[in-house]
Write a protein that binds this ligand. Structure first.
Ligand SMILES: Nc1ncnc2c1ncn2[C@@H]1O[C@H](COP(=O)(O)OP(=O)(O)OP(=O)(O)O)[C@@H](O)[C@H]1O
Ligand SMILES: [Mg+2]
Length: 460
């Protein structure tokens, strides 16, 4: 900034100074020519003295702020331009009369007297070696300095005003830019886990802040939905656990009252307690599995051969299927290695197979394993009732059971597929379902395969 002002100031000074210097140099040159003409005239020194004591001669070289004064060989004033009036040129600082040292020709100097600056030049007129007179020409720099002063005030004032303007504009711009952010901050501060219904609703703002607000609203929407899901889950889970507990409690009371006398009551009550506690255990196990899959780092991963796993689950559930008159086929003759937690993967295959048996009244359930391009695919196919199309998007939700009337007829809480889904997710797999009412359902699970299981196993 200072450099900028100094540059402008320097430029202005240079322009003004050179015009002042030009004027006085012109006058000085003119004077020196005329004096030379006079010196070389037949009357020589006489005509020079006469000319120098004649104000009208000296006036030729004077002008506004440009003064001329002549002195004799003794340093006494002999004539001056009329614009000097009664004043004398201040020549002290430049040795008023020193003919022996004054340089020949023009010798401009800068004189500062009484706070005023002037350009000054003097010429010595000689007759042979003898100095005859000295003529001083002075160009006052007062007007130029005044212009410069005003110019500086103007530049500095302009700069100060511009700076103030820039500062004010920056403040108002910053306010305009940061105001909405402050609003978002305030809104974010007001949001708590209990009240996620708040929205910024800046839909009509077309800029980046509008997009930010929209993203913020969307995030709130997702959070609200997630919180609602969690609340519903807790309510459903409590309900699922409370019902069997009530039944167990009632049967326990019945046992304590009549159990000793009535053997039938005792047998029925114990059977009910056994079933209900098993149902509770299933719910709690499912919840534990869901919690476990929320923390993938707690899994103990190992190589699991899907072919073996599927045969194993097939054998375990074959008699359940047979009890319903359904065949359970296993079509898995390729080793397909995946990396995962054995218990969770077994649970995944079991849940899908149990569903297939549960919702199939006739036909067969087929478990298959296919290996393809870096993926191991598990297929569970049945020839059962199928899932209504509008229910398909919901079957992986916790506690969701499609077709409640039919589902009520079979055991279950609606946690099985939620568990399957979370196991697939934690193993970086994908699951999808194809179902046709009355025809059957096929669940397909793709898991990243781990090649080289057979070799690894043999080397272990
Ligand atoms: N193979 C299938 N055929 C037809 N419907 C199915 C099949 N698998 C799942 N469903 C439907 O999806 C719903 C959710 O399945 P999920 O396994 O989560 O619950 P569930 O089997 O009813 O109970 P749980 O598995 O907790 O004992 C089932 O209630 C059923 O309506
Ligand atoms: Mg199930």
């Amino acid at each position: 900034m200072t450099l900028f002002v100094a540059m402008i100031d320097g430029g202005a000074k240079w322009v003004l100074m050179s015009s002042a210097a030009d004027r006085s140099a012109d006058a000085s040159l003119q004077l020196s020519k005329e004096l030379e003409a006079l010196t070389t005239s037949p009357f020589g020194p006489v005509s020079v003295r006469t000319a120098l004591s004649d104000p009208s001669f000296l006036d030729e070289f004077a002008g506004t702020g440009l003064y001329v004064e002549a002195f004799n060989e003794y340093g006494k004033p002999v004539g001056k331009s009329t614009n000097l009036g009664n004043a004398e040129l201040v020549t002290t600082g430049l040795a008023r009369w020193k003919p022996q040292v004054s340089p020949p020709g023009v010798s401009w100097g800068l004189l500062v007297a009484n706070g005023q600056r002037s350009l000054i030049d003097w010429q010595t007129i000689r007759s042979g070696n003898r100095p005859e007179a000295t003529v001083y020409i002075m160009q006052s720099l007062g007007p130029m300095d005044a212009i410069l002063r005003n110019f500086r005030i103007f530049v500095l004032g302009g700069l100060v005003i511009a700076l103030c303007f820039i500062a004010l504009a920056s403040i108002s711009l910053a306010r305009a830019a940061l105001g909405p952010i402050a609003e978002i901050t305030r809104a974010a501060g007001e949001i708590s886990g209990e009240d996620l219904a708040k929205r910024l609703n800046w839909k009509r703002r077309p800029d980046e802040l509008g997009a930010l607000a929209q993203t913020f609203d969307d995030m709130l929407g997702r959070l609200e939905a997630a919180f609602a899901r969690e609340r519903r889950f807790i309510a459903d889970a409590s309900h699922e656990l409370k019902t069997p507990l009530t039944v167990i409690n009632a049967n326990a009371q019945m046992l304590s009252r009549w159990g000793a006398q009535d053997e039938d009551i005792m047998r029925e009550s114990l059977a009910t307690i056994k079933n209900e506690s098993a149902a509770m255990a299933r719910v709690i196990n499912a919840m534990l599995t869901l919690a476990k899959t929320e923390n993938p780092e707690t899994l103990s991963l190992e190589r699991v051969n899907l072919r073996e796993l599927v045969s194993d689950v097939g054998s375990a559930l074959r008699h359940t299927a047979a009890a319903k008159g359904i065949a359970l086929n296993v079509e898995a003759d390729v080793d397909a290695a995946v990396r995962g937690e054995f218990g969770l993967l077994r649970q995944l295959v079991t849940n899908l197979t149990e569903n297939a048996i549960k919702f199939t009244d006739q036909g067969a359930v087929t478990l298959g394993v296919v290996k393809d391009n870096g993926a191991a695919t598990l297929i569970v196919r049945d020839t059962g009732a199928g899932i209504p199309a509008d229910a398909v998007p919901h079957i992986f939700e916790r506690f969701y059971r499609a077709d409640p009337a039919r589902s009520r007829a079979v055991d279950g809480t609606g946690l099985g597929l939620a568990v399957v889904n979370s196991i697939v997710r934690v193993h970086h797999g994908r699951i999808h379902v194809v179902s046709e009412l009355g025809q059957g359902t096929t669940f397909t699970v793709d898991l990243p395969s781990q090649e080289g299981l057979a070799q690894d196993q043999s080397s272990e």
